[in-house]
Design a protein around this ligand. Structure first.
Ligand code: AMP
Ligand code: MG
Length: 349
């Protein structure tokens, strides 16, 4: 298959290209497109054949359900069995935006889209290219992140090309995404709302809207032996090609430890990288040192993380170390992605 590339911005949407992309989707084809979180790999959510193609293009295990993207509030009711009051409050406060809610699904949604579950994940993104595309596709796009399974999620169209060239009909380049981490996923099907995947919408924010909100225990304690409720959370994810270790401790101890390890690697001819912050980036001696942003700017760190992991791959870095980023605010989502990228390798110094 030859992939067609289209470029546009949210301010200047190419209507003709969106119409064409919509036709591709309605005919059962695949289109990668920008959202405010990361790039998505879209197919018609109501067509089981499209969902099968998404799994094949990504190389994704088929028990890992897809998120259904909508662009109008009135399109929610037909795909879910009921809309709890909490969902209406969350939608009012957070949609369009980076929040995914889990509902009991209606018969309209094929089991291929939900990995066989009788629940469905729904999101209403705020990116205007995404909204125009969803409307052109008939209202429902199933879209996981537009990376090959296991790779860091794409924050630039270039990374969709790296992973999906020749596997999808079209890639829409809408420039760099704003947020850079996937949506927060909240389960509303069991009474007590539970966060299944931390994201840009923090637990603090959700609690302001709903009162008490819990986080899936499997996320807080990855070694607890509890299976995560979002099937995707159990897989190795976001993984760079080299090995990544998170180093936690006081600032000087972390710098000393990482510099000692990268020096040892250099003596063996191994290429090294460090993920750090603006405050510390001049202290490291690795081959490639990348600041994710100021330590207090969770938003910047979130937006750069996946890109840094991909850049290390391009630079053929074999051994990487990262500072830790704390748990407050966006820290929980950042550390969740970083821990997965590191395969939970963490050192306390
Ligand atoms: P991605 O679109 O690549 O960000 O992955 C979608 C995430 O949503 C995966 O972690 C899935 O396991 C999760 N997900 C999708 N649908 C459901 C569902 N019905 N119940 C629980 N988790 C879901
Ligand atoms: Mg993904």
């Amino acid at each position: 298959m030859i992939t067609e590339y289209i470029t546009m911005t949210e301010e200047a949407i190419d209507r003709a290209a969106i119409e064409k992309a919509g036709q591709i989707l309605q005919a059962g084809g695949l289109v990668a497109f920008p959202t405010e979180t990361v790039y998505g790999l879209g197919g018609d959510a109501l067509n089981p054949e499209s969902s099968r193609k998404i799994y094949a293009a990504k190389g994704r295990p088929s028990d890992n359900p897809l998120i259904v993207h909508i662009c109008r509030m009135e399109d929610l009711a037909p795909i879910v069995r009921d809309i709890p009051d909490e969902a209406l409050r969350l939608a009012e406060a957070c949609w369009p935006g980076p929040l995914t809610m889990i509902f009991h699904k209606s018969d309209l949604v094929p089991p291929e889209t939900t990995g066989g579950l009788d629940t469905v994940a729904v999101r209403f993104p705020s990116n205007r290219i995404a909204m125009a595309l969803i409307a052109a596709a008939g209202g429902y796009i199933a879209a996981p992140s537009a990376n090959r399974s296991g790779r860091p999620s794409p924050t630039l169209a270039r990374y969709c090309r790296e992973d999906l060239d020749g596997r999808v009909e079209m890639i829409i380049d809408g420039g760099p995404v704003g947020i850079g981490l996937e949506s927060t996923i909240i389960d509303l099907t069991e009474g007590q709302p539970v966060i299944l995947r931390p994201g840009y919408v923090t637990q603090e924010r959700l609690e302001q809207i709903l009162g008490r909100v819990e986080t899936d225990r499997a996320i807080i304690e990855p070694d607890s032996g509890t299976a995560p409720k979002a099937p995707g959370m159990k897989y190795r994810h976001y993984a760079p090609k080299g090995s990544l270790t998170i180093v936690e401790g006081g600032r000087e101890a972390v710098i000393t430890y990482i510099n000692a390890r990268t020096r040892e690697c250099r003596e063996k001819g191994i290429r090294t990288g460090v993920i750090c912050t603006d405050e510390t980036c001049r202290c490291y001696t690795a081959d490639s040192v990348k600041s994710a942003g100021a330590r207090t700017s969770g938003e910047t760190i979130a937006s750069r993380l996946f890109r840094i992991l991909r850049e290390f791959d391009d630079e053929e870095i074999q051994v990487m170390f990262s500072e830790s980023f704390g748990e407050g605010g966006l820290g929980q989502a950042i550390m969740n992605r970083l821990m997965k990228a590191a395969g939970h390798k963490i050192v306390q110094v």
